[in-house]
Design a protein around this ligand. Structure first.
Ligand code: FE2
Length: 585
């Protein structure tokens, strides 16, 4: 049975393909279109998934779609009658429902050489989130929770997973949303773009939560652990603010109302300097989010009494909050999937449909996140040959290693010598984090690396932290926890006595966004970090995404173009070793 999962007409449009319940391919449309968070119909991602699996459109039995226009209609009508939102908002909702209903037509347009004979199965947005977390988790039993801005008129949901069964038992409905709260305050702090919330999370540790009392007037935690927004501070419930659901980067007008300015003072404009006051507001936003999430999780744990938690939805990308869940709530084990946001809803929808089908089949483990395109050394060689004159003009030495050991030895030496390395290996990561296949790597011992990479290579805000990839077996020796965090989804404190040894990956509060690397998950990357440890005694590398214009590079040509434009000194693609450090000095 072939199930194609789609996230369409949402930000982070994506597709994945399951064959008999086993994941074969998964990718975000943005990686092909080269437009961040691309929304609309994921036609390129679909074509890739079919090609990777070697199947035709007519072989697809079911298309599982993240989102069900019919879900929560009662809630929609009740809210509509009570709150009288603008005609533009209502029209937008109806148009989006109409687009989803024409999935068959969009499929045949995306794959004109094929014909679709299967069925289209919509899956409620939060059920898709819950399924993306539970059916990829290493637990037979777990509480599943999703928290986001909105999907199908809900902003949070929870339920219980057991084996191949998953039930959704509760929701928080429109217009109350922790995702909207965080996004509105992110805009208020002068970060207006879709997905900018991680900048507020990175800024928060520089401040104090001195505005927490004010935040508690904006978000009201209820006695039952759920939350409500004080709607006077928002606009999303009465105006159409989002755009570009059928292509391009999603945008939103200001979600906050002028009353928020009365509460917090003037907002920051995007180009204004970031001041300590902004850091204090960011710290307070983060503290409020953690307080509300903690109350919700405490309430949900009391319902089920199960200590395993799986978490998805856009808010599950908040790795700082995730890192505190197992110490500040009754849950003891946490799994956050590689694609926790809306892209992952494609996989969640597909897994929900598969496990709901009549086929009796056990859970199929999803043991890594490298489900995107990969390239052979021969293909990489052709790209290098095509750009040979430009590489020569930059005095770039190119050679091919004989085996993986030589690749790792060369790369580890370059890193230990202080060079910044582009690392392009295997299949591209699914989800927003670099997990060792499309990464820029550096020596975490060098304090100046952070500024150098921020300014010269990534050209991003200097307050944003860098993450380490650490050998799984060394975690307890370097961190205050001993946990598997294979998808870089949790921040944890680095042991105090170790912090001075790895200043480039130690955030201002002593924490770091942990990425644990096991030999079974990514053997080549594990081998590379081991080689670096053998030279330096430090079992970790600074790991940041190999991006070109803020988008993860997908193919060798993009990686090479990015290398030539930046101050990166070494590029390792497959077994090809490119070194221009003699000229960049
Ligand atoms: Fe969502």
């Amino acid at each position: 049975m072939i199930v194609l999962g789609l996230n369409a007409y949402h930000g982070d449009a994506s597709a994945c393909l399951l064959r008999d319940g086993r994941l074969v391919a998964a990718v975000e449309e943005e990686r092909f279109r080269r437009i961040k968070h691309w929304s609309g119909f994921p036609s390129e991602a679909i074509r890739y998934c079919l090609a990777q699996a070697g199947v035709r459109l007519q072989d697809v039995d079911c298309v599982a779609v993240n989102g069900d226009p019919g879900a929560n209609l009662g809630g929609k009508l009740r809210f509509t009658l009570r709150s009288l939102p603008s005609p533009a908002l209502l029209l937008d909702r109806l148009q989006n429902s109409g687009r989803r209903m024409s999935i068959e037509a969009a499929l045949e347009k995306a794959v004109p050489e094929g014909t679709f004979h299967g069925i289209v199965q919509p899956v409620e947005h939060h059920l898709a989130h819950l399924a993306s977390a539970f059916f990829t988790a290493p637990y037979e039993h777990a509480v599943a929770v999703s928290v986001d801005s909105f999907g199908d008129m809900s902003s949070a949901a929870w339920g219980l997973g057991a084996g191949t069964r998953l039930q959704m038992d509760g929701r928080v409905g429109f217009p109350h949303s922790l995702g909207i709260f965080y996004q509105a305050l992110t805009q208020f702090l002068g970060f207006p773009h879709y997905g900018d919330e991680h900048k507020v999370m990175g800024l928060a540790p520089y401040g104090q939560p001195s505005y927490l009392d004010e935040m508690r007037r904006v978000v009201k935690v209820q006695a039952d652990g759920t939350f409500r927004l004080q709607l006077d501070y928002f606009r999303h419930h009465r105006e159409k603010l989002t755009r570009a659901q059928d292509g391009g980067t999603p945008e939103s007008g200001p979600l906050w109302s002028p009353k928020l300015e009365q509460l917090l003072g003037p907002p920051r404009t995007p180009r204004a300097p970031v001041t300590p006051r902004h850091a204090d507001i960011a710290s307070s936003v983060q503290a409020m989010y953690e307080e509300a999430l903690g109350a919700l999780l405490g309430h949900i744990h009391a319902i089920y009494g199960v200590d395993n938690l799986v978490l998805a939805g856009g808010c599950a990308l908040n790795s700082a909050a995730n890192g505190r869940i197992c110490t500040s709530t009754p849950f003891r084990h946490l799994h956050v999937p590689a694609a926790a946001g809306n892209a992952g809803g494609a996989l969640g929808a597909a897994l929900a449909v598969w496990h709901d089908s009549e086929v009796e089949a056990p859970r199929q483990p999803v043991e890594h996140a490298c489900w995107g395109p990969g390239y052979t050394d021969a293909e990489i060689g052709v790209v290098i040959k095509n750009l040979w004159s430009r590489l020569r003009a930059r005095d770039c030495a190119v050679r091919s290693a004989g085996n993986d050991a030589e690749v790792c030895e060369f790369t580890a030496r370059a890193l230990a010598d202080g060079k910044v390395v582009g690392w392009f290996q295997g299949r591209m990561e699914w989800g927003p984090r670099p997990l060792g296949n499309r990464s820029i790597l550096a020596d975490p011992r060098r304090a100046d690396m952070r500024e150098f990479i921020s300014q010269k290579i990534k050209r991003r805000d200097s307050f944003r932290p860098f993450s380490p990839s650490i050998l799984r077996e060394a975690v307890a020796d370097w961190f205050e926890v001993d946990a598997d965090v294979p998808y870089m989804s949790q921040a944890h404190p680095i042991r105090e006595e170790r912090q001075d040894q790895v200043p480039a990956v130690t955030h201002v509060d002593g924490s770091s966004h942990l990425h644990t690397v096991s030999a079974s998950f990514n053997p080549l990357y594990h081998r590379l970090i081991s080689a670096f440890r053998d030279i330096t005694g430090v079992p970790m590398l600074l790991n940041t995404s190999f991006t070109d214009h803020e988008l993860l590079v997908c193919n060798p040509a993009e990686a090479l173009e990015c290398f030539l434009r930046s101050d990166m000194e070494v590029l390792v693609m497959g077994r090809y070793l490119l070194d221009r450090s003699r000229t960049t000095g």
